[in-house]
Each structure stands twice: as C-alpha cells, then as structure tokens.
Design a protein around this ligand. Structure first.
Ligand code: SDX
Length: 428
C-alpha cells in the first residue's frame, strides 16, 4: 500500500511529511525533520494533538470508552485476574503461564521489605505531613539505598530495580499511613498475596491478630488493576521525560508521584470526596452544577471530564460496581454515594456536560470506596500511586529498551524581550 503522506504549505512551498500508521487508533504525522527542513517548530501546549512516543503497552479509544492493556480489555482483566497478573502483562507483554505467575509472585513477595534505615528516614517528617509528600521523598530516597540496581544500561539491574519498586511501594505507602496516625510500622508477611499484605500493613496493630477480609482485598486488588496504567498521561510522561536523561528508576518514579499528586490528575480522587462533602445533600446539587457551568466560577466537578475519554471512562463503570459491592459487604450506607449517584444522573442529562462530553472518570467513585475501607482521604492518591507504579515502570522499561530512545528536549515559541544591553542601576 502506498505510504500515506501529509503536505504542508509553508510560504507557498509544499512540505511533505510521512504519515505513520499504528495498529490501533490515530495515525501520526512524523515531524522529526520539520525544523531541519522548514526552520519551524510545531506548537501544542498540553500536547492535545501530539504523540510523544511509540508504545505497545496501553491503548485508549476515548470516543468508544475502550481501555486495553497489551490488547486485553480492562473489564476482562479486572474480572478474571489479579493485580500481579496485570503487572506481569504490562511489564512483559503477555499473560503469564501458571509457572511464570508463581515465579513472579514469589519474586515480588520477597522484595517487599525496605531497608531498616528507611524507618529512621521517616522520623524526619512531621506526623501531619501529607502522605504524598512522604511518598515523593521516600521513593526518591530508595536510590540512596539500592546502588546495585541503578545502572539502567544493565538489563539485570533494570529487572532488579523494577522488582524492588513494585514490591516496596505498598510497604512505603503503608508506612506513610502508619506514621501519620502514630502507629508502629507493620512488616510484610510472605504468606499473603500482594493486596492482602498491603491491607494488613495498613490496618494491623500489634495488640491483636489481623484477619484480611477477602471481599475487601479482592475489591482493592481490582481497584489497583483499574489504576495500573493509562497511556501517556501527565505522570507517565513525567516518568518518561525524567528517565530519558538516564536518571535512576527510583528518582523517575518519585517524579511521577509528584506529578500524580495534582488535583487535575491523581489528586482528583481526594478532591472528589471533598467536593461531595461540600455539596452534602442531593438538594444542594443544582447549585454546584450551575457553578461548574459558570465560566466565571473556577469550580469544576471533580471526577468529571477527561482529556481522552469523550465517553464514559470504562474504569468508572467497574469502579461504581466495586463501590456498591464494598459498601454492601461492610454494611455501610454512605450518604455521599447517594449524592454521587444523583450528581452523575443530573450531570449526564445536562446539555452542558453532554455537549462537552464530560463523563465520570475513574476518580469519581474510587474515593467513596476507599473511605468505606477506612483509608484516610489524604491516602487516596497514595493508593493511586501504588497501582500506577506498575504502569510507570513498564513505560520506563519500554523507553529505556527502545534503541531509538533520546533525551526528551522540547522547544518553545519565544515571545519575550529581544536582545537588549545591560543598564547600570544608577540609570534605571
Ligand atoms: C486522571 O490523562 C489521564 O489518563 C489521567 C487519568 C489516568 O488514569 O492517568 O485518567 C487519571 O487524572 C483523571 C482526571 C481526574 N481529574 C479530574 O477529575 C479533575 C476535573 N476534570 C478536569 O479538570 C478536566 O476534565 C481534565 C483535567 C481531566 C481534562 O482537562 P482538559 O482535557 O484540558 O479539558 P479542559 O480543561 O480544556 O476542559 C474542556 C472544557 C472546558 O470548557 P471550555 O473552556 O471548552 O468552554 O470542559 C470544561 C472546561 O471548562 N470542563 C469542565 C470539567 N472538565 C472540563 N467543566 C466542569 N467540570 C469539569 N470537571
């Protein structure tokens, strides 16, 4: 088939650029030679029309509300497998055999402890520090402990660093929670699965045996699957850009955590719960819908809208079902769920939201579930980071192993002052 080309007219002269087709989704205009041949940059703040890389990991069809991890639909993975199976799939590209899964589970489980000095590192924080601040710092600090797995050119060291990061992030997250509530750290137990281990490290106390609720563990494991990866979102792009300079993987993941923290991104789950609390009752919903539509009011419906999904976020549907399952298991009737369901119903029938294609995203229901599971609101984005670490590592590994990988160095449209000479202070 003849190669597709795109032609640009620059000052009346045609500039022809190759078009590259993917296996799914939009093709791309390859502009790598544009500046060399036209002395022009492209301009795309927010990257609304820009593919920053080639990837085989996750595919999103925003119009159809489709999310595939290595080609497998998210709902099939969430219903049939566990989080470490998804982690293996994202990292290695195929679903593991029983033997591969057992080896991967064993390898991850036996890296869940952190260096004992890390417990002293935590002592430097105030008890009321936001757990995301603690996570950025402690994950970055891992590179101070594991010098033997930061040579990213060595595939064995890359695998060791990836294993350590995936294994230790729940331990650090649980330590951040325990530290904030003044309870002793709980060590991981090797006879528990990944998510049960995490729940126990968060909620066990030395005074009594902790029994993991299998319904809650399964629900949280499914929530981790839903949050594992999502193409080139802000935090994943941060990890890729950091890694493109050759920075060690622990430092890159710390950068990803910092980016995820923002309320427009992973911090939205925390912001949704605060918003639902501020709305308070179903009767007050109309005034908040009006505020969300008012251009002069900065208020937005948190948990609504998405850069890519212009349809219902497929993860939000599974999240809503999981929320109702958890509340039923716990016998919790949360009035905020009533507010959330009514808010969704009203918004989805409102022309403003229909016209702008604003649907609930993954963050809209996750907070209600995590609150019912007794996680403090400021731990919600930490849980998002625990799950997304798998996606960040898989994307980082793909970039490092790409023979064409180069340091990311975007340019700009400069609109500042032209050259001017220095003026002595006495003459200003
Ligand atoms: C995540 O990228 C990812 O994949 C992220 C994520 C992942 O898994 O990694 O999916 C996780 O971050 C989900 C998104 C969580 N954030 C929120 O829920 C915060 C609320 N949503 C928005 O701030 C917003 O929708 C974004 C940030 C999610 C998307 O922003 P865009 O694509 O830049 O869209 P925009 O801000 O330009 O909005 C387009 C229009 C605007 O109106 P106009 O200027 O065109 O008139 O829609 C309006 C906005 O005012 N709008 C909203 C709205 N979101 C967008 N109006 C009211 N409430 C909202 N929530």
């Amino acid at each position: 088939m003849a190669e597709r080309m795109a032609t640009l007219q620059v000052d009346g002269k045609p500039v022809t650029l190759p078009v590259r087709e993917g296996s799914l989704g939009p093709a791309v205009v390859d502009i790598r030679n544009l500046y060399a041949t036209t002395d022009l940059f492209t301009f795309d703040p927010g990257f609304t029309s820009t593919a920053s890389c080639e990837s085989k990991i996750t595919f999103i069809d925003g119009d159809e509300g489709v999310l595939l991890y290595r080609g497998y639909p998210i709902d099939q993975l969430a219903e049939n497998g566990d989080f470490l199976e998804t982690a293996y799939l994202l990292l290695y590209g195929e679903l593991p055999t029983a033997g591969q899964k057992a080896e991967f589970d064993y390898r991850i489980t036996r890296h869940t402890m952190v260096h004992e000095q890390m417990a002293r590192f935590f002592q430097g924080f105030r008890r009321d520090a936001h757990p995301m601040a603690v996570m950025v710092a402690s994950v970055g600090a891992l590179s101070a402990f594991y010098h033997d797995s930061t040579n990213i050119a060595n595939p064995v060291e890359r695998m060791v660093a990836s294993t350590r990061m995936i294994a230790k992030i729940p331990t650090l997250a649980a330590m951040a929670h325990k530290y904030s509530i003044g309870q002793p750290f709980v060590y991981p137990k090797n006879d528990l699965d990944y998510t049960s281990n995490f729940l126990r490290m968060c909620f066990a106390v030395p005074c009594e045996e902790y029994r993991v609720n299998p319904i809650l563990s399964r629900a949280l494991d499914r929530i981790f699957i839903l949050h594992a990866d999502h193409e080139q979102n802000a935090s994943t792009s941060t990890v890729r850009l950091s890694g493109s300079s050759g920075a060690n993987p622990f430092a890159c993941i710390a950068a990803g955590i910092a980016s995820l923290w923002g309320p427009a991104h992973g911090g939205a789950n925390e912001a949704v719960l605060k918003m639902l609390g501020e709305i308070g009752t179903v009767e007050r919903i109309p005034q908040f819908i009006a505020r969300a539509k008012d251009k002069n009011d900065p208020f937005r419906l948190m948990g609504f809208g998405h850069r890519v999904y212009k349809n219902y976020d497929p993860r939000a549907k599974i999240m809503q079902r999981t929320t109702q399952e958890v509340l039923k298991e716990l016998g919790v009737r949360d009035p905020l769920l009533e507010v959330a369901l009514e808010l969704e119903r009203i918004a989805l029938s409102d022309d403003y939201f229909i016209e702008k294609k604003l649907y609930p995203n993954i963050d809209f229901y996750s907070g209600i579930t995590l609150k019912a599971m007794n996680f403090p609101i400021d731990m919600f984005t930490v849980l998002f980071a625990v799950a997304r670490t798998v996606g960040w590592i898989a994307q980082w590994k793909e970039m490092i192993e790409d023979p064409n990988a180069r340091i990311g160095r975007p340019r700009q449209l400069y609109t500042g002052e032209k050259r001017r000479d220095y003026v002595q202070i006495a003459k200003r």
